[in-house]
Design a protein around this ligand. Structure first.
Ligand code: NAP
Ligand code: GLV
Length: 309
């Protein structure tokens, strides 16, 4: 039983140890030491080079190292008959919730304004509204969006969410579909993007969308860089339509040295760390999926390639 582990950002030796602790007869080969690709039955991957997966004739499952699978479907030669699974994991969900709460609370308590005041040596109170007067909108009400929404409701924020299909969630104003987008945006002082990157959602964070937010809104993008039209964000910050943006993800990671986001006073960047898969918990479901694939059982968290998430 042979698996290939491939990721430029994760520690292959640690993952291989966690995998063999769960499946002692698994031969885990860490890229680029893949040996003969014809041996590989399971590909545990983050951003595989295009064309690589199609060179594994025995492949039985493609197991994403993250919640998103856009990095797999970006390969036009991804073998269509092989199931693709994503990560759904309590630890990953908890870390994302922490990041969203941290960023929302920072905007709610006006941290960017006080940082700017400090730089000018200004000691001045700003009027503070209560959490229930602050509306937070979540684009995406899936596993991560719902978890963040629940905690924001617990902190007494006014919370809305937008999804593809209809949803009911305690304390959350739920909108869906194209017709639900405008009223959802109009009610979002702080907009959090937690959508998967698909043909339908690419470039969704654009000038047209920003214009439908309340003036001076804040943006938190923790989904994918491909959701954001970067030049439209710069224009919206310049005009005051948006006050500030927190970006954990970018189209090119890392951005070029001369990228305007690096030094922009209204942008906070983090290097795609909102929620990183921890092998100590995520290896459980990857091992379970390998066991299931071997036994011919239904896989956990298998995605629908037609939907793209
Ligand atoms: P999920 O459970 O699949 O939820 C996706 C949500 O987006 C669902 O509510 C879905 O609607 C909605 N959606 C999809 N396409 C839509 C469309 N065209 N219009 C409206 N709503 C749409 O995904 P998740 O586990 O919450 O993860 C979301 C994304 O977070 C991942 O795909 C990944 O890109 C990103 N992520 C980032 C990090 C990081 O560290 N920055 C970490 C983990 C994940 P329905 O409910 O109606 O299907
Ligand atoms: C991280 O970006 C993930 O998709 O889990």
């Amino acid at each position: 039983m042979v698996a290939l582990f491939l990721s430029d950002i994760d520690r292959g030796d640690w993952w291989a140890r966690e995998m063999t602790a769960r499946l002692p007869d698994l031969d885990v080969r860490v890229w680029p030491d893949a040996g003969d690709l014809a041996d590989i039955e399971y590909a545990i991957v983050w951003k595989p080079p295009p064309g690589l997966l199609s060179r594994m004739p025995k492949l039985r499952a493609i197991l994403s190292l993250g919640a998103g699978v856009d990095h797999i479907f970006a390969d036009p030669d991804c073998p269509p008959e092989v199931p693709v699974c994503r990560v759904v994991d309590q630890e990953l969900t908890g870390r994302m919730t922490e990041y969203v709460l941290l960023s929302v609370l920072s905007y709610h308590r006006q941290v960017p304004t006080y940082r700017a005041q400090q730089q000018r040596r200004v000691w001045q109170h700003q009027h503070q509204i209560s959490a229930r007067e602050r509306s937070v909108g979540l684009l995406g009400l899936g596993v991560l969006g719902q978890a963040a929404a629940t905690q924001l409701v617990a902190l007494d924020f006014t919370v809305s969410g937008w999804s593809r299909g209809p949803k009911r969630l305690d304390g959350v104003h739920c909108y869906h579909g194209a017709e639900g987008l405008a009223p959802f945006l109009a009610a979002s002082d702080i907009l959090v993007c937690l959508l998967p990157l698909t043909g339908e959602t690419e470039n969704i964070l654009d000038r047209k969308l920003f214009a439908q937010l309340p003036q001076g809104a804040n943006l938190i993008n923790v989904a994918r860089g491909g959701h954001l039209v970067e030049s439209d964000l710069l224009a919206a910050l310049e005009s005051g339509q948006l006050a500030h943006a927190t970006l954990d993800v970018l189209r090119a990671e890392p951005p070029a040295d001369d990228h305007p986001f690096w030094a922009h006073p209204q942008i906070t960047l983090t290097p795609h760390v909102a929620s990183i898969s921890d092998p100590r918990s995520v290896a459980d479901q990857i091992a379970e999926n390998i066991r299931r694939a071997r036994a011919g059982e239904a896989l956990l968290n298998q995605v629908d390639p037609a939907r793209g998430y």
